[in-house]
Design a protein around this ligand. Structure first.
Ligand SMILES: Cc1cc2nc3c(=O)[nH]c(=O)nc-3n(C[C@H](O)[C@H](O)[C@H](O)COP(=O)(O)O)c2cc1C
Length: 259
């Protein structure tokens, strides 16, 4: 790499091009605007294959460093689904859903996934570009690691990053275990939105839920301390009266700042 060049500024010399597909804004708009949180679903199961398709779309979500820090548990076994719905405070949306999808952010797979990224290049017979090698061998481990069990190293990492940051443009985190959780949750939430939009495009509906007893849900699924519940998505077909009212959004001026 040339002097003053970094993995972020170096332009890769690769022979690859991917033309943008023609798409219909109108169809996308219809999918997006007809997605509503459905509180009561019809007693009509949706095909497992459709859930598979929606989750596949979830897995295509953009995600930090392409480290894919997520996992999805599709709950369709009646007994477990019933128990899970009970842990969702017996919400009608959970009780009547055809499938429940438990969306989990993982904070302990990034190391393995760095290896998988490098392996992907090697398996394709391509030489791993030096910047990619550097990113997944050095930069990503420094960014997502150096935290230690229960954040024992976090104060040192904070001092290091903020010390360097006094004079240089510097990444400031993730530093604390909670930062790493936020890191994984961000990407997983994007996958969740893909899943819900995909369900709509397939003619189905959804309900994102964070109203649940986290401890009981984690115990039911046997999740550990590095597996963080992001939301549970109820999937099904909307029942008559299953949408409780028109979609309400505050004026966009409240949220959008033109600078
Ligand atoms: C992370 C998250 C958690 C939510 N949890 C619940 C929930 O537990 N129960 C529920 O009825 N709705 C839940 N919702 C749905 C919201 O209330 C709903 O998205 C909001 O009112 C806007 O309505 P709309 O989705 O129809 O546009 C949740 C939504 C999100 C994004």
């Amino acid at each position: 790499m040339k002097e003053n060049e970094t993995v972020f500024t170096k332009k890769l010399d690769i022979q690859y091009s991917e033309p943008a597909a023609e798409v219909s804004f109108e169809e996308f708009d219809k999918v997006l605007r007809s997605r509503r949180s459905v509180r009561v679903f019809k007693d009509e199961p949706i095909a497992d294959s459709d859930i598979d398709k929606a989750i596949e779309h979830g897995l295509l979500a953009p995600n930090s460093s392409n480290l894919q820090p997520w996992e999805f548990f599709v709950v369709k076994t009646p007994k477990i689904k019933e128990e899970l719905a009970r842990y969702c405070f017996s919400q009608n949306g959970a009780k009547t859903a055809s499938h429940l999808i438990v969306c989990v952010a993982r904070t302990n797979t990034w190391k393995e996934h760095c290896e998988l990224m490098l392996k992907g290049f090697r398996d394709s017979g391509e030489e791993v570009p030096a910047v990619v090698e550097q990113y997944y061998k050095k930069i990503a481990p420094a960014a997502y690691g150096l935290i230690g069990p229960f954040g024992i190293l976090s104060p040192f990492k904070w001092l290091l990053l903020n010390g360097i940051g006094l004079t240089k443009v510097m990444a400031r985190g993730p530093v604390w275990p909670s930062d790493l959780k936020t890191w994984a949750v961000k990407s997983t939430a994007l996958a969740c939105e893909n899943i819900m939009l995909s369900l709509r495009a397939l003619g189905h509906d959804s309900l994102p839920m964070e109203g649940y007893d986290e401890c009981r849900v984690k115990k039911l699924l046997g999740l550990g301390r590095h597996q963080h519940l992001v939301m549970i998505i109820g999937a099904g077909k909307r029942a008559e009266g299953g949408v409780y009212g028109p979609q309400v959004r505050f004026p966009k001026e409240k949220f959008v700042h033109q600078i």
